[in-house]
Design a protein around this ligand. Structure first.
Ligand code: ZN
Length: 343
């Protein structure tokens, strides 16, 4: 085990991903920090937390880079990082439309240009400059090209961290200039332990961890924001009811729920449907111990009894197909109507 893994002083406040943390910490210790990193893995898995710890360790005034890497959490730099106002660390995110209050679809080329000019200036605090590009799959085509230019002309002591949950969207030309780090699902036991550390009761923590599919951020969000958990559970109930509704009701539901929905929103819903169908299939095949939505157990059981395994397998296939159609820009309404015909 490397020094970084075995020494508790090196532990960053990230749930799971110890190997990635150790790799990044060693790169700081050995003064081998790369110009660019690409973190990929599903939303909520820990990419942002990892990026935050990494840049915090790079800029903290108290972290001794020869010996230990836990940021002190107390110096000006640490406080600025925490509040996302550090003058040498930039977060590039999709902006919110001031008129509608909704997050815009893309990160624009103007945002990337602004970032590029900021990165070209000397650092304010004589240490690293860093930029974190979140949800890079939402870079517009032109913005991605502009970002590539930034990668092609790296400046000393500048680190660019690109986060994405859709690796296939990132142009190969960008990928080839980055250290690529893949974030795998975190063990359920680790997520449970992290929730208990945050004050959750053990059984409740285990239930939330099961719902999170290896993504600590999702479990932590459900724990700290019970309303989001409730909304999630409502969606599952809604879906289960939909499977029992007649065709006219199903079509009405599609129109009222998704008539004006954004593609991202529809994808999220389809992912919930996919997980619910997976739970139904697990119950049907006597794998109750693997069910993720433990709280909905009895409802799931009732509905699973009404389906054959072959039917559930087909529905799972149909959701995957619906996601494919959506990604290929087929009309969402048509795609969803086509799907609910199969119940
Ligand atoms: Zn500090």
């Amino acid at each position: 085990m490397s020094k970084a893994l075995s020494n508790p002083k090196f532990q960053w406040p990230v749930v799971g991903h110890k190997n990635i943390a150790a790799y990044l910490q060693n790169s700081i210790v050995k003064n081998k920090v790369s110009h660019a990193y690409l973190f990929f893995g599903p939303a909520g898995i820990g990419k942002t937390a990892m990026a935050e710890s990494f840049v915090n360790s790079l800029v903290c005034r108290q972290a001794d880079h020869r010996d230990g890497l836990i940021p002190c959490g107390l110096c000006d730099c640490c406080l600025q990082i925490k509040n996302r106002i550090h003058p040498d660390v930039y977060w590039l995110e999709r902006p919110t439309d001031p008129k509608t209050g909704r997050v815009k679809k893309n990160i624009s080329i103007d945002q990337v240009r602004e970032l590029k000019s900021k990165l070209s200036l000397r650092p304010f605090l004589d240490s690293y400059k860093a930029a974190v590009v979140t949800e890079a799959q939402h870079l517009s085509q032109e913005a991605a090209n502009a970002l590539l230019k930034t990668l092609e002309e790296p400046t000393a002591k500048t680190v660019l961290i690109i986060l994405t949950d859709n690796f296939s969207w990132i142009p190969k030309t960008i990928v080839s200039r980055c250290q690529v780090l893949k974030f795998l699902p975190v063990a359920q036991s680790e997520i449970t332990a992290s929730l208990v550390e945050r004050g959750a009761e053990k059984l409740a923590a285990a239930k939330l961890a099961a719902l999170a599919y290896g993504r600590p951020g999702i479990a932590i969000n459900y724990f700290s924001d019970p309303e989001s958990l409730q909304a999630y559970q409502e969606k599952i109930k809604e879906f289960l009811a939909l499977t029992q509704a007649d065709l006219i009701q199903r079509f009405r539901f599609i129109q009222s729920e998704f008539g004006y929905a954004e593609t991202d929103e529809i994808f999220q819903t389809l992912n919930i449907w996919l997980k619910t169908l997976r739970d139904l299939a697990l119950i049907k095949t006597q794998n109750q111990n693997l069910v993720t939505n433990i709280s909905a157990g009895s409802d799931l059981e009732k509905i699973a009894n009404g389906y054959s395994t072959a039917k559930l397998t087909n529905l799972l296939r149909q959701v995957a197909l619906a996601k494919k159609y959506l990604a290929a820009n087929v009309s969402p309404r048509l795609t969803l109507e086509n799907f609910v015909l199969n119940f």
